[in-house]
Design a protein around this ligand. Structure first.
Ligand code: SAH
Length: 222
């Protein structure tokens, strides 16, 4: 595909439809997730020089050493969040806004989305990328997501786009009963894996899934 900036909206629609067919072929079943990913224009969230790769299943640099997650990983995590739950989800917290792509997809799956980023440069970039979409239920915050965001709690779902050595206690405290958290976490073997935590009547139930490669979760705001 040539640079998306030079193709018509109809053509990028067709490329997104093809991306979504591939995701479905890889096992993504939730119709709401597929529809949201078909709707949001990923090429608008990356540098114009990279727009031609926006619908390939690859992570791409977004500046300040960070990356936008690849579509199959975004789809997998969002499917885990919405699976077997009332849709749309209630309030959702995202840690790691980055360029704002996943936040935009989430805004179509949840009533309210709070997305927090620790790097001012990316927080502002996301605001710029998202302006034209006018997503009234998406709230961008600059802050240390390791503290969660108590003002919006409790959350029906929490999703992290950066991985640490453990799940910060604040996230578990801010997860509503019946809620689900999905995050990359470093396992005992020193490799990152996707972890799901369900807040059940019997307590927090943790499931470790497949290996992943996310940027590190870091404390503090820059
Ligand atoms: N979902 C993003 C992915 C961005 S990469 C997208 O669609 O583009 C992960 C992001 O997490 C990076 O921007 C990084 O700065 C941010 N991050 C890392 N630790 C964080 C923390 N403690 N609080 C908030 N954001 C954090």
């Amino acid at each position: 595909m040539q640079a998306a900036a030079q193709v018509t909206p109809l053509e990028t629609q067709a490329v997104r439809a093809s991306m979504v067919r591939k995701l479905a072929g890889q096992g993504i079943r939730e119709p709401q997730v597929l529809a949201a990913m078909e709707a949001i224009e990923r090429h608008r969230f990356v540098d114009s020089a990279l727009a031609g790769q926006a619908y390939e299943d690859t992570s791409l640099p977004i500046g300040l050493g960070q990356t936008i997650s690849k579509p199959s990983v975004v789809a997998r995590m969002l499917e885990l969040l919405v699976q077997a739950r009332a849709q749309p989800l209630g309030r959702v917290l995202e840690i790691g806004t980055g360029c704002g792509y996943q936040a935009a997809v989430l805004s179509r799956l949840a009533c309210e989305v709070y997305s927090i980023e620790r790097l001012r440069g990316l927080h502002e970039k996301a605001r710029e990328n998202l302006r034209a979409l006018r997503l009234a239920n998406l709230h961008l915050l600059l802050g240390d997501g390791m503290q969660g965001y108590a003002k919006g709690a409790p959350y029906a779902a929490i999703i992290a786009a950066a991985g640490g050595q453990a799940i910060p206690p604040a996230w578990l405290e801010q997860l509503a009963p019946g809620g689900r958290l999905v995050a990359p976490v470093e396992t005992a073997a020193g490799v990152q894996a996707l972890v799901v935590v369900d807040h059940t009547p019997g307590g927090m139930r943790q499931t470790v899934l497949e290996g992943v490669h996310f940027v590190p979760l870091k404390a503090g705001v820059l």
